[in-house]
Design a protein around this ligand. Sequence first.
Ligand code: SAM
Ligand code: SF4
Length: 344
Amino acid sequence: MTKSNPRMLGEHMTRELTASGGRRLTYLRMSVTDLCNLRCGYCMPPEGVPKLRHHDILTFEEMARLAAVAAGLGMTKLRLTGGEPLVRRGLSGFIRRLGEEGFTDLRLTTNGLLLAPMAAELKAAGLRGLNISLDALEPAIYAQLCGLPGPEGLRAARQAWEGFQAALACGFDVKINCVPIRGVNDGQLLPLARLALEYPIDVRFIEHMPIGDGRLWNADRFMSAAEVYTMLADGLGTLTPAKVVDPSAPARLYRPAGAPGAVGFISPLSGHFCGDCNRLRLTADGKMKPCLLTGQELDLRAPLRAGADDQTLAALFSQAACLKPLSHLAADDHGGRQMNRIGG
Ligand code: SAM
Ligand code: SF4
């Protein structure tokens, strides 16, 4: 398959993607697989979800082609996600290819289980940042949340921690993601936040979204960003708003006094951030989602496999940009996809 040529694209059409409200879209999230080695209670049911058929998943070659088109349209940042992206074989080679296609800011979101033995290779391939999902430091609570009972869950907790340590040792820009759930991991939020006192990382708390059929969703268990903020301020003392480096970043960051890191709050439910959203999402089966929380999708796989040229694919990206809403009713209609299928 031939590589896309961004210069050729530029000769025929604007090399940028804009959505309503003057939002310039520069950030692509790509889900590389729907498979996962965990069953987090906020994400999917304990038995897992039906797998996509192998043929339905885009090959790395196909993903790289779409990434090249995106780069030709001025996208510079790309995050790989899943499912669990580290379960897909050949990821480092793919990351290297994405850098060659023009992405200067490559990041990945992972549960960290498989990270420790892969971290150095991923860094050498050009990956810059890792968001690691860690919902509890206490192994028994981690195990309860991650959906693996008994020793398997405890082993997963250890592997996730080792993954986190390896990420730090390799010099990645590290962020922790935690979904607070009352009665499950609320006692873990302060210990997790204290990691920001020790390491130069952002520890981010994401409001639990009622997406898919994760078994833990329950309005009484929902903890708003404001509630978690109050809890942390009680435990850590004054939290000073951090300087905003990237206005399109979804987390509002605060620095505890003297801390090398920060704590952050992502509030898709209590406070939307649509007006600053600069991203498009591509699912592992080749559907472009203009927004995480609406059901609209645009199929890129069929035209791609039917031999569409770069301009046609670029036009589909532009169409997706036009479909990007300026506000949403959270999880009003997300097309019935679980987070592992959308890519968080
Ligand atoms: N498997 C990887 C991981 O867990 O980091 C990447 C995919 S996961 C779907 C991406 C992020 O979505 C994770 O940080 C997870 O905490 C978050 N997530 C999943 N389901 C969620 C939900 N219902 N509400 C809020 N965040 C959720
Ligand atoms: Fe897997 Fe990530 Fe979903 Fe947990 S949040 S089940 S690790 S995809």
